[in-house]
Write a protein that binds this ligand. Structure first.
Ligand code: RIB
Length: 337
């Protein structure tokens, strides 16, 4: 089985491999697509050897046309700078690659118009499914063209018709944080809230009110921040300048908590002696800040793997999956010295 010099120069096709291996093009396709028909082990070996000699690489566009699957997942990332998302997407990429899928990441920069544009681009590229943490409130998601391929929404705790949703159980998670702070004896807890309460899309704020209701402790101030370090920094300074100085802060993302730590240090507020902090996310930054942050840890790997499974097999996936969190005690709440 010798490849001719002409065959070596131009990009080899499936037909070239078939000719060199002495099989039909269909057999070459079965070998590279793992089916749909079985191929005898020695024939498959012959096809692989021919492919190697010709430097053949299966054409993914042609494969998408013939199998109806591009083996590619489209992922719309809201914020490339948030380490929580890096953790989830890194686990998602790993799960996809392990199963022979490529990932095509696009960023919406938290902008609904850019988000719609990125979705259209992914649909045009024939991705098998789109995974997205949307920049839009749940009420606006009906406008997302989700009939073209399976859609998986991350961070959505309400079902979205025609799509699958995977999220941390925000309400239970915030309850866990508040109960932990109350357990320490703090009774005047402020919340830094990264997202406007649109009533549906993010249950962190509902969790906050619910947790206070359960314990009958008066609800502390909620300061509107953004899911950013600057947002947490500004909101904490505003809190310190207000008449309602808290004895503890719950920040609903690690980025806000990092900003809060800086603001507290600048004002010489001791943590946790003067003001304790519990954060939400559990990114690697929370372990390396000083003091290290006590966090409600989101399970980034579980979120990624559930989203991947939902993308692969939407028919057998529940419409809504809520994932548990764990409280990781460190210095910022007063658990560890
Ligand atoms: O959108 C930002 C936040 O939502 C992240 O920090 C993480 O908490 C995510 O769920």
């Amino acid at each position: 089985m010798e490849a001719s010099s002409t065959e070596k120069k131009r990009r080899a096709t499936r037909a070239d491999v078939a000719r060199l291996a002495g099989v039909s093009t269909a057999v070459v396709s079965y070998v590279f697509n793992n089916g749909p028909r079985p191929v005898a082990a020695d024939t498959a070996q012959q096809v692989r050897e021919a492919a190697e000699k010709l430097h053949y690489r299966p054409n993914s566009v042609a494969r998408a046309l013939s199998t109806g699957s591009s083996k590619t997942l489209g992922i719309v990332v809201p914020d490339l700078t948030n380490p929580f998302f890096s953790g989830v997407y890194s686990a998602l990429e790993t799960a996809a690659a392990r199963n022979g899928y490529s990932t095509l990441f696009m960023a919406s920069h938290q902008n609904p118009e850019k988000e719609m544009d990125r979705i259209s681009q992914l649909i045009a590229r024939e991705v098998d499914a789109i995974i997205i943490a949307s920049a839009q409130p749940t009420s606006a998601l009906a406008g997302v063209p989700r009939k073209e391929c399976p859609f998986i929404f991350m961070d959505q705790t309400q079902p979205v018709p025609g799509a699958k949703c995977v999220s941390t159980d925000f309400q239970a998670a915030v309850s866990l944080a508040v109960r932990h702070l109350l357990g320490h004896g703090y009774t005047n807890i402020a919340m830094l809230s990264g997202k406007a309460d649109d009533g549906l899309s993010d249950k962190r704020i509902q969790g906050w009110y619910q947790a206070h209701k359960e314990t009958e402790i008066p609800v502390g101030p909620v300061v509107q921040a953004h899911f950013t370090r600057q947002g947490g920094y500004d909101a904490t300074l505003a809190l310190l300048d207000s008449d309602h100085r808290p004895d503890a802060i719950f920040a609903d993302s690690d980025l806000e908590a990092i900003g809060a730590l800086r603001a507290l240090h600048e004002r010489h507020v001791r943590i946790p002696d003067d003001i304790a902090i519990v954060s939400f996310d559990g990114t690697v930054d929370s372990q390396f800040s000083w003091p290290a942050l006590t966090v409600v840890q989101q399970d980034a790997t579980a979120i990624a793997e559930r989203m991947f499974q939902a993308a692969l097999d939407p028919q057998n996936t529940p419409d809504l999956q809520l994932i548990d969190t764990t409280l990781v005690p460190r210095q910022s709440c007063g658990c560890l010295k």
